[in-house]
Design a protein around this ligand. Sequence first.
Ligand code: GDP
Length: 456
Amino acid sequence: MFDNKTIAAIATAQAAGGIGVIRVSGENATQICDKVFKSLSEKKLADSLGYRAYFGRVFDGERDIDECVALVFKAPHSYTGEDVVELSCHGGLYILKKVLRLILNAGAKPASAGEFTQRAFLNGRIDLTQAQAVMDLINAHAEQSASAALSTLDGVLSKEINNICSILISSSASLSAWVDYPDDEIEELSCDSLKNELIKSQKMLKKLINTFDTGKTITQGVNAAIVGKPNVGKSTLMNLLSGVQKSIVSEFAGTTRDAVEETVMLGGIVLHLTDTAGIRNSDDPIESIGVELAKQKLERATLVLAVFDSSEELDDEDIELLKKCRNKISIAIINKCDLESKCDKSLIKKYIENIVEISAKEGDGKDNLAEITAKVLGTDKIDTSSAMLMDERQFYCANEALKCVDEAINALEIGMTLDAVNVTIDSAIEFLQTLTGQKASESVVNEIFSKFCVGK
Ligand code: GDP
């Protein structure tokens, strides 16, 4: 029996497909696979120099199970940094589970969630930002999120963090030398040049932190609420955006009483959309509960899609709604533009800058709505090839680092001891190294990888 150093899992989706891949990684990967796989050329995988494909069959004792192509990667130049074999079989779940079982019986242990990528991290192949980008890339729903994740995987974010760290480390080094050996012949420390370096790192950190909202929007999507009076066409819009009959459309006002939810793509962004009950004053106790819920959804939504009926004049209830939208990221949707227009657009514009005219019933205006959505959420102009913070952990670390740099600059300005300045610079460095994983605790690392899927 081999020790537990070699892991195996199905790396492709848990569903039938043309091809399915079983990934094996660890120092005994090739020997273990040789126990179940025989190449047509009769070459042993353990003798392979790597980066070669071998066509053959997988056997359970004497019985052959499937045709298979084995790819061999040698340490350290593999995904995990260890010897890796990828067995591509026919992608039926029975076959894949059977082959995996044979590999496990031959001495590998089942990989836990994210263990391949965790090994890549522990073996220094990638840092934590790159490891997280692997999952972002797998989960990406649109071009922008995939492209940003790929840039992070390529190390764009790591490079930026390391650049900021380098500035801080050299500042800290010169400070330490000055503090520890003040009498030696060390070039006199210029507080001005130290401050300039700190200001430089402060600017870089601020710029990075400012990318977080967009980074979060393209990776996680945003909560959006469709609000408006009864009968303006909210449910019809919901159905248009989701592409299915999700909400009940009716000419009778007050039909949608509960919030209806759906995740849709609009303008390359994932919207977690809620169609709410029409907001109006009602004596019906059940409808009133729906109206209250709609108001709460409006308050909590990141993006408000406020719908108005083009064929009606605006009334007090519309104005009430417009006032509620004033301090939110909102788009005014003037629906039913296939009918004669009676609604005063200039009045709407006083409250909501971005207006789109659509006919949800006819399906007109969806492209314009998509364009404006990307504009108001700031995703229309993003450069996905530049460094971007993608999740709360990264944001927290960068923000804490910035606070420390602010503190160091302040300490210099008010003439505190250089020792005190140095302590805060060191803390900033530590937060940045936690971000990249250089100093992240074991529990943080485990927590990150536990969110991965098995086989990745
Ligand atoms: P809600 O109460 O705001 O959810 O409104 P509904 O989506 O249920 O629509 C109310 C009525 O307006 C229904 O009879 C719809 O067919 C109609 N309607 C919705 N959108 C349009 C549109 O773009 N043009 C026209 N002419 N009628 C629409």
